[in-house]
Design a protein around this ligand. Structure first.
Ligand code: CUA
Length: 193
């Protein structure tokens, strides 16, 4: 606000007006401070308590050769338990399907989901969980989570990716840990059960 004093305009009328303006500014500053504090609390609560964080993984993959070699070839997709015990599901998001369109994972275990797209930007979420990420061509999207409930969870594409976007869904089948039985090669598919 203006602070330069006008020597001609002294007097109680001017003082009262100025005091009113200052009060109004303080009031609005308080409202803004309260709003920002509320947003900060919501962000911290979501991150620390609900474990909702932006994926921090930055990893490149060539979208043109995604299906030809490397991690995202067709035979390598789906759920696999590594010799180290790490459980990873690899999924390709493409216009307009998930490959595979069902993955099986155990509840109450730390699991990793890895996504890649050969065509356009997709977005995925697993309903009722903290899994939610964009899948951008050229990058691997990676999410770590622990599923607390069992059952078939819907995993839709939530980023408009073309005319078939609304048909683009998949299933994450979360089973009790004792029912999660990968084969000798470490692979587990929805067809197993
Ligand atoms: Cu893929 Cu919308």
């Amino acid at each position: 606000m203006e602070t330069a004093a006008d020597p001609e305009a002294s007097g109680s009328v001017h003082d009262t007006a100025e005091r009113k303006i200052i009060q109004l500014e303080i009031r609005w500053a308080t409202v803004v401070f309260f709003c920002i504090s509320l947003i900060m609390v919501a962000v911290i609560l979501a991150g620390v308590v609900l474990h909702i964080n932006p994926p921090s993984n930055i990893e490149f993959v060539d979208p043109k050769t995604l299906h030809l070699s490397g991690e995202f070839t067709e035979t390598n997709l789906g759920t696999r338990v590594a010799p180290t015990g790490q459980i990873t599901s690899r999924i390709v998001t493409t216009q307009f399907a998930f490959v595979p369109n069902c993955v099986v994972l155990p509840a109450n275990r730390r699991v990793t989901l890895r996504f890649a797209s050969p065509d356009v930007i997709h977005g995925i979420l697993v309903t009722g969980t903290n899994v939610n990420t964009m899948v951008v061509p050229g990058y691997v999207s990676q999410v770590h989570t622990v599923f607390r409930t069992t059952g078939d969870l819907l995993m839709p594409c939530h980023e408009y990716c073309g005319l078939g976007h609304s048909q683009m869904t998949a299933t994450v089948r979360v089973v009790p840990p004792e029912q999660f039985r990968p084969g000798p090669d470490g692979r587990a598919t929805c067809a197993d059960r």
